[in-house]
Design a binder for this molecule. Structure first.
Ligand SMILES: *[C@@H]1O[C@H](CO)[C@@H](O)[C@H](O)[C@H]1NC(C)=O
Ligand SMILES: *[C@@H]1O[C@H](CO)[C@@H](O)[C@H](O)[C@H]1NC(C)=O
Ligand SMILES: *[C@@H]1O[C@H](CO)[C@@H](O)[C@H](O)[C@H]1NC(C)=O
Ligand SMILES: *[C@@H]1O[C@H](CO)[C@@H](O)[C@H](O)[C@H]1NC(C)=O
Ligand SMILES: *[C@@H]1O[C@H](CO)[C@@H](O)[C@H](O)[C@H]1NC(C)=O
Ligand SMILES: *[C@@H]1O[C@H](CO)[C@@H](O)[C@H](O)[C@H]1NC(C)=O
Length: 935
């Protein structure tokens, strides 16, 4: 029948239409393959996805539409998996081999996740189609599987590992990656992969981008020489110790070369000029020496040059001259700090028209700052501190510096001359004029225009007068104020302004009146060496319930009087409390026992009295306890030895303590300095002395400094910079420093003089072989000088005078080659002075008042008629080596060393290190204020 025909026709047209529709749809996006969907679901099943990122990955629907999945539009095969974590989420769990069913996968990004404790699965090496593989920052551990070498289509391989937990035994497999263009293995431990370093096999020559920073390399991988397409090469954060190989200069496509930090040495070849494509060159933190070659001027594309922290010398004007070829107009960032550059700054600075950053700090550059400096209108950051610049800097020098943000020029002999109503073109956040001379010598009015100022350093600038009221709130950002070592006087406002002030350094001025209240944000406060008077009551007790952030407090050398108030309960962050040299009376308050972070307590030279209070027991981190020159009474308590086990310095000199020296003091295994002189201590010297292990062995005491540094660091720099550091290799480097080179050469001393200690000098004393100074004078010691005294090889000063020692001088004493101060006078010693150039070079007074003979005494040993000269005035006898300077000198060396080794590791990483180095100079000074002061 014909009847059906139109219907059939209609139906077939409809069918065709439908098919067409389907096809058209498919053309837009083909649905994903069933087995690939299954594979993805299996993959998801093994993944831990706490933040439910993969919620779209469900049984239904087109898997090409799932989060992170990319398909081929035509075939519907899964081609891309974008599964990187970020700040808010990350995947962990397992990686299911079902991925292998994604046979067309060419892009796999699993970066920034957490696959800790898991090896990179070797089956990834079978994903034949992969062109892009990113496993960076994903905490994989263990060996990188050599099967990855099967990925012959791979163009990008990123295995960046910031934990140093990936390892490679051989890099042979890399030669299989013939299409590779980008290889990042930074932070993986390649130190065992020596075969590759020995350069036997060909490496993928297409590679343009190679990052092997932080890989523990000791040699520069020679195979790189054949990577002639290299554009970006990063070998920083390794331990490569060699000269810069010649072939490196032949990589003529290099745009970015980073060799910092390492230990490259030798000179920079003039072939440097062959790197004509170079844009970014970083050789900083190496030991490269000699001149910077003139060929630098051929690098016409150079915009960033960093050669800071090397041993470069030569004249800075020549370097600037060489730039004038073609690069001066290009260069944006020039860092040559921490070298030995000399000479003057060129007066043709205006050629550097794009310069944004100029860092020449810590060199020996002399002469004036040329006025053309003022034409560098792009300048944002200038660091010229710690050079020998002289002359006058005027407003002219800043004419066009409208973008200047940071001006760090401390430690020069420059004079800043400004007119009172100058309105600077810039808006600074950092201004450091430490040691400049300001003309006029008042706080400059123009500071008021710097409303974003964060850091103001004007110590030692001859400032005089009072601080004007505007000063305290011209910038709402101000966090660091240093006006110390000036001649400022008058009162400091009762309340500091409420800007986020963290550090207030006003020490060594002539401020008077009562102490201000501490701002709630302050971390460091230095009001020392001034004329502040009145009591401490309001200072400590005001707003008593509010917790304070203060960590470092210096109020020493003022006219403060009254009691130390009992208000320390909310000052729990205090690490350093220095109240020395005031007129404080009364007892040590009970609430000091709340200061669980306290490490340095300096109360010397006050009028404090009473017994040493037991609540100090709680301050178990105490490292320096200095209560000297007060009127403390009673016995030295046992708990000092049992509870304060971190003590490095115990100074109880010049008090009224009596009784025995408790043997528990011998538990203080970190003790470096023990000064109990000028008390009424009696009994015998404890025999257990030998367990002062710090005195018998080298000790790694850097922990202390690291902690303090950490505190300060987080307090001062808890800003965006922090994040940056955490992502860099600071961990690796830090670890290295920590377990590497921290041997402290401890200087150590023991002073028990001017007491009434009796009995013999215990033989055990001589096992403290790192002692450098021993003073036992003015006691009632009897018996012989320990025969093994010669074991104390480092002894520089020994005072045993005014005792009742008898017998002969131990012959071993002749082996004390460092001994430069010896006093054995007024004992009952007999016989011949042992022969050694050291002993005979000493003054006769070292031996008088005995029955000794032989040089340096004029008494001939055959002549037995020895006359005893009269006793000298007791008060002036004895050695005061442990007083002031020496006391702290010895301490300072050890502690500062630790401090610097920590800083060193951080400094290596920080682009802002130079500013910071200024900060920490003052921090070191404030932290160890007394120590440095006494140098
Ligand atoms: C793809 O997913 C989006 C939402 O994520 C949805 O609106 C859209 O309809 C989906 N398309 C297909 C073809 O499933
Ligand atoms: C696939 O489709 C997307 C958007 O629909 C498009 O951006 C992409 O270029 C297409 N890819 C191919 C290979 O056609
Ligand atoms: C791949 O898919 C096939 C068929 O769907 C399945 O049998 C096999 O187990 C899958 N392979 C993996 C490794 O999941
Ligand atoms: C993968 O590489 C290993 C050695 O690196 C080799 O033994 C293996 O045959 C390769 N597998 C494939 C499928 O090519
Ligand atoms: C560079 O490659 C050639 C052959 O391709 C090879 O002979 C030579 O040893 C390689 N050089 C280095 C330093 O790897
Ligand atoms: C740098 O270039 C010069 C001149 O073209 C050439 O003589 C010199 O050998 C090159 N240096 C290196 C290391 O190839």
């Amino acid at each position: 029948m014909n009847m059906g025909t139109p219907v059939v026709r209609f139906l077939s047209i409809a069918t065709l239409f439908t098919i067409c529709l389907l096809l058209c749809n498919a053309n837009l996006s083909a649905p994903c393959k069933q087995n690939e969907r299954q594979a993805l679901l299996k993959f998801k099943h093994d993944l831990e996805d706490y933040s439910n990122q993969l919620s779209s990955w469900t049984g239904e629907g087109d898997c090409c539409n799932w989060t992170g999945v990319g398909c081929d539009n035509l075939t519907g095969h899964v081609r891309e998996l974008h599964l990187a974590g970020d700040m808010s989420f990350s995947f962990s769990g397992k990686i299911n081999p079902s991925l292998l069913n994604l046979t067309h996968l060419s892009y796999l990004d699993l970066s920034n996740n957490y696959f800790g404790e898991m090896q990179i699965p070797s089956f990834l090496g079978s994903l034949k189609s992969l062109r892009y593989l990113n496993l960076s920052y994903s905490s994989f551990v263990g060996l990188i599987p050599h099967q990855l070498g099967n990925l012959t289509s791979l163009q990008v391989l990123d295995l960046h590992d910031d934990q140093w937990e990936l390892e490679v035994e051989s890099l042979q497999w890399i030669s299989g990656l013939s299409q590779l263009q980008h290889l990042d293995m930074s932070g993986a431990n390649l130190s065992k992969a020596s075969d590759w370093l020995r350069v036997t096999n060909t490496l993928p020559s297409l590679v343009e981008n190679l990052d092997m920073s932080g890989c523990g390399l000791c040699h520069i991988p020679g195979g790189i020489a054949n990577m002639t397409n290299l554009k970006f090469l990063d070998l920083g954060f390794n331990s490569i110790s060699s000269t810069i190989p010649k072939w490196l200069y032949r990589l003529s496509h290099l745009q970015s070369l980073i060799l910092s930090p390492n230990s490259f040495h030798g000179e920079i070849s003039s072939s440097l000029g062959n790197l004509t494509s170079i844009v970014d060159l970083d050789l900083s933190y190496n030991q490269v020496a000699g001149n910077i070659p003139n060929s630098l001027g051929n690098l016409c594309k150079l915009t960033t040059l960093d050669m800071s922290w090397n041993n470069l010398n030569g004249s800075v004007s020549e370097i600037f001259e060489s730039f004038s070829g073609c690069s001066s107009g290009q260069i944006e960032s020039l860092s040559l700090s921490w070298n030995n550059l000399s000479g003057h700054l060129t007066d043709k600075l205006d050629h550097f028209e794009k310069l944004r950053l100029l860092d020449l700090a810590y060199n020996s550059i002399s002469g004036p700052l040329p006025p053309s400096f003022g034409n560098l209108s792009c300048l944002e950051e200038v660091r010229i501190g710690d050079n020998n610049l002289t002359g006058v800097v005027s407003q002219l020098h800043f004419t066009n510096l409208t973008r200047l943000v940071e001006f760090e020029a401390s430690g020069n002999s420059l004079t800043l001359e400004t007119t009172p109503h100058w309105l600077p073109p810039f808006h600074l956040s950092i201004l450091d004029l430490n040691s400049w001379h300001l003309e006029p010598s008042e706080l400059p009015m123009w500071l008021q225009s710097q409303k974003q100022l964060v850091f103001l350093g004007m110590p030692n600038t001859g400032l005089s007068g009072t601080i004007p009221t505007w000063f305290w709130n011209f910038s709402s950002e101000l966090s660091h104020i240093d006006l110390s070592e000036n001649k400022l006087y008058g009162e400091v406002p009762h309340m500091f302004p409420s800007s986020p002030i963290a550090q207030i350094l006003l020490g060594s001025n002539q401020f008077s009146g009562s102490l201000p209240l501490v701002p709630s944000t302050a971390v460091i406060l230095d009001l020392s060496n001034s004329l502040f008077s009145g009591t401490l009551f309001h200072f400590f007790c005001n707003n008593n319930s509010e917790p304070k952030l203060l960590e470092i407090l210096h109020l020493h050398h003022n006219l403060l009087s009254g009691k130390i108030p009992d208000c320390f309960r909310n000052w729990e962050d205090l690490v350093v409390v220095n109240l020395e040299s005031n007129s404080l009376i009364g007892n040590i308050p009970r609430s000091l026992g709340y200061l669980l972070s306290l490490k340095y307590l300096h109360l010397r030279k006050n009028l404090l009295h009473g017994e040493l209070p037991p609540y100090l027991k709680n301050c178990i981190d105490l490292t320096i306890l200095d209560l000297s020159y007060n009127k403390f009474l009673g016995k030295i308590p046992m708990w000092i030895g049992t509870s304060l086990s971190n003590l490095g310095v115990l100074n109880l000199r010049s008090n009224q303590l009596h009784g025995n020296i408790p043997y528990k003091l011998c538990n203080l295994t970190y003790l470096q300095i023990l000064d109990l002189a000028h008390n009424n201590l009696s009994g015998r010297m404890p025999r257990c002395l030998y367990s002062f292990t710090a005195m018998t062995t080298f000790s790694e005491d850097t922990q202390l400094s690291q902690e303090i540094y950490g505190d300060l660091y987080s307090a001062l720099y808890a800003d965006s910079k922090m994040g940056k550091i955490e992502n860099s290799n600071v961990v690796t480097k830090g670890r290295e420093m920590k377990y590497g080179t921290n041997l402290l050469i401890l200087a150590i001393s023991l002073d028990l003089s001017h007491n009434i200690i009796s009995g013999e000098i215990p033989e055990e004393l001589t096992s403290l072989i790192y002692l450098q100074s021993v003073n036992l004078s003015y006691n009632r010691l009897s018996g012989r000088i320990p025969p093994k005294i010669g074991d104390m090889k480092r002894l520089e000063s020994l005072d045993l005078s005014m005792n009742q020692l008898c017998g002969q001088i131990a012959p071993s004493m002749s082996s004390l080659t460092f001994l430069s101060a010896l006093n054995l006078s007024y004992n009952n010693l007999t016989g011949e002075i042992p022969k050694s150039t050291q002993l005979q070079s000493l003054d006769q007074s070292s031996f008088i008042g005995n029955k000794l003979c032989g040089p340096p005494l004029e008494v001939n040993c055959s002549n037995t008629n020895v006359t005893v000269p009269p006793v000298v005035d007791q008060k002036h006898g004895g050695s005061y080596l442990l007083e002031d300077g020496w006391f702290y000198l010895s301490l300072g060396l050890g502690f500062l060393f630790g401090f610097w080794s920590v800083l060193g590791s951080l400094l290596l990483n920080l682009p802002w290190s130079i500013v910071f180095s200024r900060f920490q100079n003052s921090i070191v000074k404030k932290l160890y204020g007394v120590i440095v002061e006494h140098f």
